[in-house]
Design a protein around this ligand. Structure first.
Ligand code: NAP
Ligand code: ZN
Ligand code: ZN
Length: 357
């Protein structure tokens, strides 16, 4: 490690980080312990960490059962600086990423199928979780992290690390349902909410060849949406939108962080269409089941993506030149950035320059 502030003890290494000391408290600078580099571990010098709305839900304990102090951050891009003796996938100097999980049981049906995010025993989150030794995990708002190579992915050379960081959550969370529900030529896909996830959904669905419509609260970001690859852009605050687009879409991906009137959105699907929620609001939503009965519609959810699929997504994004649109910030601006995300004032992902931690 290079930082003057990092000191090794016999077991762990102390590194700087930004943490929420308790639920809803502003994040502040602190230090945390990282475990020693194990046989299968890589030590990553974190260069950039994206701010996902999930960080805010969790730092403010909106999903409940948060573990504090909490170091958020699951959109991590950096460089390997040390490898354990059994590591085979990575070498010192490799550009790597870490997303929302750092381990899982590795034995269940889903882990074996590369769907570690749906591990029957629960995957181990990059932060706000307990590792296999019962120690709390700490995320990417930090200078270094130690991660098992099996939960680390390679960032292709064509992608700069700062714009690649958000792909580790926003990218994979939208790529996975778009791929699963076959977004592609001839398919009409609507993306609800043009934030961190939404803007990547637009880029990826467009690159897959689908006809893409953005459904945003207002037309404020229309020019951006069209530049990102959308073919159409509508305001959901305008009731005429729901009349005009009734029965239009094969697939709707909702990235909205707040509860939505699902019945209205389901009316926009064609027969056999699917609405997939990746947005994870803090409150439950209600549904009139007739909204899916008429038209044999599917209401589904999707969570991040597996490790193999995350690598596939990064390779796809590199091939198509897709990075996130980012606003790079110093670490002392994290609390301000949280407020702006909550106000839908983000274009389109805040990324922390971790050298300022
Ligand atoms: P974000 O950048 O804040 O984007 C959310 C967008 O939703 C906003 O930009 C806004 O878009 C729209 N929105 C916000 N409040 C709304 C409201 N009351 N009504 C209608 N639209 C509203 O957040 P994000 O980082 O993309 O994350 C979005 C959600 O996905 C969060 O709940 C997050 O926790 C969740 N998430 C889930 C997964 C998963 O695995 N399923 C992974 C990552 C994140 P417009 O301004 O365009 O209307
Ligand atoms: Zn996330
Ligand atoms: Zn498992």
């Amino acid at each position: 490690m290079t930082s003057a502030e990092t000191t090794s003890t016999k077991n762990t290494t102390t590194v700087p980080a930004y943490a929420a000391p308790s639920a809803k408290a502003p994040l502040e600078r602190t230090t945390i312990e990282r475990r020693p580099v194990g046989a299968h571990d890589v030590l990553i010098d974190i260069k950039y960490a994206g701010i996902c709305h999930s960080d805010i839900h969790q730092a403010r304990d909106g999903w409940g059962e948060g573990i504090f102090p909490m170091v958020p951050g699951h959109e991590i891009a950096g460089v390997v600086t040390e490898v354990g003796p059994e590591v085979t996938k990575f070498a010192v100097g490799d550009r790597v990423g870490v997303g929302c999980m750092v381990d899982s049981c590795r034995e269940c049906e889903n882990c074996k199928a590369g769907l570690e995010q749906y591990c029957h025993k629960g995957n181990i989150g990059t932060y706000n979780a307990l590792d296999k030794n019962g120690e709390p995990t700490y995320g990417g708002y930090s200078t270094h992290i130690v991660v098992d190579e099996a939960y680390t992915v390679r960032i292709p050379d064509g992608l700069a690390l700062d714009v690649a960081a958000p792909l580790l959550c926003a990218g994979i969370t939208t790529y996975s349902p778009l791929a699963h529900w076959n977004a592609g030529p001839g398919k009409k896909v609507a993306v609800v909410g043009l934030g961190g996830l939404g803007h990547m959904a637009v880029k990826i669905a467009h690159a897959m060849g689908a006809e893409v419509t953005v459904l945003s609260q207002t037309l404020r970001k229309k020019d951006d949406g069209l530049k990102l690859g959308a073919d159409h852009y509508y305001a959901t605050s305008d009731e005429a939108t729901f009349e005009e687009l009734r029965g239009s879409f094969d697939l709707i991906v909702s990235t909205v962080s707040a509860p939505l009137p699902l019945d209205k959105y389901l009316s926009l699907l064609r027969t056999d269409g699917a609405m997939v929620n990746v947005g994870a609001p803090e409150e439950p939503v209600s549904l009139n089941l007739f909204s899916v009965i008429g038209g044999r519609k599917t209401l589904a959810g999707s969570g991040i993506g597996g490790i193999r699929e995350t690598q596939e997504m990064l390779d796809f994004c590199a091939e198509h030149g897709l990075g996130a649109e980012i606003e790079l910030i110093d670490a002392d601006k994290i609390n301000e950035a949280y407020e702006r995300v909550l106000a839908s004032d983000v274009r389109y992902r805040f990324v922390i320059d971790t050298s300022t931690i």
